[in-house]
Design a binder for this molecule. Sequence first.
Ligand code: SAH
Length: 215
Amino acid sequence: MQAERARLVQDALMARDIADQRVLAAVNDVPREAFVAPELAEFAYQDRALPIGLGQTISQPYIVALMAQALELGPDARVLEIGTGSGYGAAILSRLAAEVFTVERHAELALLAHDRLAELGYGNVVVRHGDGGSGWASHAPYDGILVTATTPEIPAAIRDQMSLGGHLIVPVGDQTGPQQLLKLTRMSPDEFDRTSLGSVRFVPLRPGRAGDPRL
Ligand code: SAH
C-alpha cells in the first residue's frame, strides 16, 4: 500500500498543482484504505471519491489535498471540519495542525470515524455528532475552516468563527447544479477576501439532528 500511496502522491498531486511539502507528506502517511470498507480497499489509491454508506462519499484525494493546501495551516493552527464522513480528511488535517475539531450529522459515520481515528492514533482530533451548519462555537475562532458539503450560501455563523487572517474553504452551489470551491480569507472583522479554486462536486450540507450522547 505504501508504494501505491507514493504513486498517488506523485501522479495525482505533484503532477498537478499540489506543492506544499507538508500536505504531500500527510497524504503519503495516512492510510486511506483504513477509511473505507474492506471491499473497497483495493480502490483506495485511485484518485476518486468512494462510497462510505448512507449516500455519502470519501472525497477524492486530489480535492482533499487541494483544500488542505488552501487552508495554509501552520503547526499551531486550530481547525474546524464540517462533514467528518469517513474521517480521512480529519486525519490529513491532524498532520498539518495542532488541533482538529470535526462534526458529522450522521451518528453512524461520526462513531465509525471516531473509532478509526483513535485506533490509528490521531490523538489531536475531536469528533462530534451534530449539525455543523452553524459551526462549533465553543472552540472558535479557527485558523482554518473546511466545509466538505455544498451549500447554496455560506452560513454567517461559520464565517464568524474564522480568526483574523484565517481561511475558510467551502463548496458553494446546489447539489445538482454547478459548484465552486471558494476560499475566504478574513481581512478584518467584516472584510473577507474571496477567490475560487475551481469547480467541484460535493454532497449537500443538510440540516442536522440532535447530537449522539456517545460522542
Ligand atoms: N471529509 C469527508 C468527506 C465527507 S462527505 C471524508 O474525508 O471522508 C460530507 C459529509 O458531510 C457527509 O458525511 C455528510 O453526512 C456530512 N454533512 C452534511 N451536512 C452536514 C451538517 N449540516 N453537519 C455536519 N455534517 C454534515
